[in-house]
Ligand binder design. Structure first.
Ligand SMILES: [Zn+2]
Ligand SMILES: [Zn+2]
Length: 418
């Protein structure tokens, strides 16, 4: 039997995986430096959690979830996104009780049954941020600026689109107005939008159908209808962003696809991956915790896809860092010494390679070259007799003999100075 990977699930292999790993570390470090704490929640949750939080009539719930019944008869789903799980954890562990403001970041695989294409997989990776416990628009700006800063660092050219979709109070009257408008153009809308028109009219703006976009152009927009509080908060978000010199464009059609969003909604888009696909999207979700049977809690968050980000990162991520040392060993005695030195180097936090299967000097040198190390140490019978090791600097080509008893110390000094 020939085993194959599941459609839409990718193997990420060296050397490309090095870029992936580097990017993942960079993202997580940037989030950590921005004051967010790592959170890990299970990949499996009760199906009902996503139905409740994401909304019964969303594409995710209707078409894209990997759901199954386990051996005990429980309805389970592989998470299609992480916010619902974070909120579930927040409620279940009674974190709200501390009255603290929680800042989380996550990174991991999500699962959606979609048509696989460039930048879109069925098992895909998302990085995301959540702040729970504050209605302060500063938190919205904190999240947006964190992502904008990350993209700037990575050399990603993106455009930030910003909108406010109002709160419980102001959305109601707007939804009525929009429904009224949609009723007038019902026959021109696609089948899905006709359904949305009665259940969640705002989501018609999310439709990818070009005709729907066109007939929606004269529709009333939410920004003209939001209440004083929402308007004030939206102004504050914009002020903070301007202060940080983060440019944005107010776009009243940014409404986000999920039922739980309120107030600030935003998307980072990039011309490099196509205008319909977002790099990162998010917004405020002040009703979600309550909606999942927790106490009333204001929150804001965002998520971005790793597969899309890696397509648009600048060239700095491509270059291989020359670092570490390779111990070329010739003969059994040399193998022992090489293993010992490699262990010592690794314990000091230095990357150290050894080779297996007693290869020739030439093939070990070739391997060292391909790995891009800074130094190569050649340990053979002669070197052991003389108690001196040949050390080659791979960037200058210079070679010197170092006494074997001081080798780890000398290597450490050299590697820390380059
Ligand atoms: Zn409002
Ligand atoms: Zn439509």
């Amino acid at each position: 039997m020939k085993f194959q990977r599941i459609k839409g699930c990718e193997d990420i292999l060296p050397p490309e995986s090095q870029k992936w790993w580097k990017l993942q570390k960079l993202i997580c470090k940037h989030f950590e430096n921005s004051g967010y704490f790592y959170i890990e929640t299970p990949y499996l949750e009760q199906t009902q959690l996503f139905v409740r939080s994401t909304g019964e009539n969303t594409d995710i719930v209707q078409k894209q979830m990997y759901s199954f019944v386990d051996k005990k008869g429980l309805n389970l789903t592989l998470r299609p996104e992480a916010t619902a799980s974070v909120v579930r954890a927040y409620i279940e562990n009674k974190i709200y009780g501390s009255k603290n403001i929680e800042k989380y970041f996550y990174f991991g695989p999500m699962f959606r049954y979609e048509k696989p294409q460039k930048g879109r997989q069925r098992q895909f990776f998302q990085y995301g941020l959540e702040i729970l416990g504050t209605p302060d628009p500063k938190a919205d700006a904190d999240i947006i600026s964190c992502i904008a800063g990350l993209y700037k660092k990575l050399g990603v050219v993106s455009l930030l689109k910003l909108n406010s979709i109002g709160c419980k109070k102001c959305r109601h009257s707007y939804d009525n107005k929009l429904s009224h408008f949609l009723a007038g153009i019902k026959s021109s809308l696609c089948v899905e939008c006709q359904m949305r028109a009665s259940k969640n009219p705002l989501r018609c703006f999310d439709c990818k159908n070009e005709n729907c976009t066109l007939v929606l152009t004269p529709a009333p927009i939410i920004l003209d209808e939001i209440c004083e509080t929402c308007r004030h908060d939206f102004e504050k978000v914009k002020t903070y962003l301007s202060q940080m010199r983060i440019s944005f464009e107010v776009d009243p059609t940014i409404v986000r696809g999920l039922d739980y969003y309120t107030k600030t909604a935003f998307e980072f888009v990039s011309a490099q991956i196509g205008a319909k696909d977002t790099l990162c999207g998010g917004g405020r979700y002040d009703n979600l915790v309550e909606f999942c049977d927790g106490p009333e809690t204001s929150a804001v968050g965002c998520a971005g896809g790793m597969e899309r980000l890696i397509l648009v990162v600048g060239p700095e991520l491509e270059k291989v860092d020359c670092r570490g040392v390779f111990f070329i060993t010739l003969g059994e005695e040399a193998d022992k010494v090489g293993m010992k030195f490699a262990y010592e180097m690794r314990m000091q936090g230095i990357l150290a390679h050894v080779s297996f299967d007693q290869k020739s000097l030439k093939s070990q040198m070739r391997l060292a070259n391909s790995l891009g190390v800074k130094f190569v140490c050649i340990i053979g019978e002669n070197e052991l007799k003389e108690a001196k090791v040949a050390v080659k600097n791979m960037s200058t080509g210079g070679q010197e003999k170092i006494k074997i008893n001081v080798l780890p110390k000398v290597l450490l000094e050299r590697l820390r100075n380059v």
